[in-house]
Design a protein around this ligand. Structure first.
Ligand SMILES: Cc1cc2nc3c(=O)[nH]c(=O)nc-3n(C[C@H](O)[C@H](O)[C@H](O)COP(=O)(O)OP(=O)(O)OC[C@H]3O[C@@H](n4cnc5c(N)ncnc54)[C@H](O)[C@@H]3O)c2cc1C
Length: 360
């Protein structure tokens, strides 16, 4: 690259930090700026541990990025003008870019049903998390709901914890992994209510589709993540859920100076299916995008990203976990690691993600 080409990375989560750090290594004569509303990188994949009262390491973004020669601006991104190539932070149009890497992640789906925003708690972002205790009903039997239920049940054995969802916890995995998850929840005393559809959250209960009221001193809503509407407002091509539509090199299909990675992007995998919102997607995308940007800077066409998976891993408290080996398209195989080996593998993976973004 020649002159002071400016690459601005929006969002210092798993995707944005991975990209920014690799860009600093791979590009020359380039000014790299990272913008995030937080001063610290928070390990989102451990937020259920924070909710259970555990203290989890965070990373000082300014110091860590300065060591790599990367400028860090702590501010909220409030608008984007892709025609003028300028970003507004805290309401002021101030940051120009030549290339933009959009990695603003996702957030809780607060408006999934009436009453959720007012009466439920969430564990999707660092700002959401509070220490949880007492009688708790967790809505959503996906990975976040399972991890939170087991973590809370283990650290507060006297608190009644219910995990409630339309699907049985772990049913999307292999029969062995599914059984291991059910066994762990049962061993920890978590009440499992499957086949239940919540239609409203009340101050002290949940209303199900069949009219049943489920008492809940605290409701925690964990189903699905949504993305901010910034990209849509900016006029970028987005999917129905607001994620930025990308080509097979993670470039916005409407604005080629913008790359989108992580939860905020709609990326497709080996079989053309959308990749899931996951750290396991965000980090490879952050690594890939740097190669694509560098290749284009040298006037070459980058190879398409091969979005493939290796495993899904779910912690079941601090003493148990499931690591489900998957095919490249994320469908489960018969290989599953549980118990102590599962814990070691899951912990190695989570530590590996932290290491990638600079947390030692
Ligand atoms: C409890 C929990 C457990 C999880 N466990 C796993 C797991 O085991 N495996 C797995 O693969 N995935 C897991 N995930 C999902 C994973 O955390 C996300 O998919 C991943 O964090 C996405 O990375 P990202 O970089 O796209 O977004 P994020 O990590 O969310 O980063 C986005 C960044 O953008 C910043 N930002 C957002 N909006 C603005 C704005 N307007 N202005 C400035 N800054 C902004 C945020 O502050 C944040 O730092 C888990 C999630 C949760 C909540």
């Amino acid at each position: 690259m020649t002159g002071q080409h400016r690459i601005v990375v929006l969002g210092a989560g798993y995707a944005g930090l991975t990209a920014a750090r690799a860009l600093a290594k791979k590009t020359r004569d380039t000014q790299i700026t990272v913008v995030d509303g937080r001063a610290e990188f928070v390990q989102r994949v451990r937020l259920h541990q924070e909710a259970a009262g555990q203290s989890v390491k965070r990373l000082d973004l300014r110091k860590s990025l300065a060591r790599k020669g990367i400028e860090f601006i702590q501010a909220r991104v409030t608008d984007l003008d892709p025609e003028r190539k300028i970003v507004a932070i805290d309401g002021e149009w101030t940051i120009h870019y030549d290339t933009l890497v959009y990695a603003l992640g996702s957030q809780a789906d607060r408006h999934a049903v009436p009453g959720a925003a007012e009466h439920a708690k969430f564990v999707a972002t660092a700002e959401d998390v509070t220490e949880l205790s007492g009688q708790i009903v967790i809505v959503g039997s996906g990975p976040t709901g399972i991890e939170l239920a087991t973590e809370l049940a283990e650290s507060q054995p006297d608190s009644p914890i219910t995990l409630l969802g339309s699907e049985d916890p772990g049913a999307w995995l292999s029969p062995r992994a599914h059984a291991a998850i059910r066994a762990a929840l049962t061993r920890l005393g978590v009440e499992i209510r499957s086949g239940a559809k919540v239609v409203e959250v009340l101050p002290d209960a949940l209303r199900l589709a069949d009219g049943t009221l489920v008492p809940a001193a605290t409701t925690v809503w964990t189903t699905g993540f949504t993305v901010p509407d910034l990209a849509r407002r900016a006029g970028l091509a987005v999917a129905d859920d607001g994620r930025i539509r990308t080509d097979d090199t993670l470039r916005s299909i409407s604005h080629p100076d913008i790359y989108a990675i992580g939860d905020a992007a709609l990326m497709t995998g080996v079989d053309g299916r959308p990749l899931r919102m996951a750290c396991a997607t965000a980090i490879p995308a952050g690594q890939y995008v740097v190669g694509a940007i560098a290749a284009r800077a040298r006037g070459r066409d980058p190879e398409p990203m091969a979005g493939r998976y290796l495993a899904q891993c779910i912690s079941l408290g601090r003493h148990d976990a499931v690591l489900q080996v998957v095919k490249a398209d994320d469908t489960p195989t018969n290989t599953v690691f549980t118990g102590r080996i599962g814990v070691v593998l899951k912990e190695l993976i989570v530590r590996g993600t932290a290491f990638t973004v600079g947390l030692r």
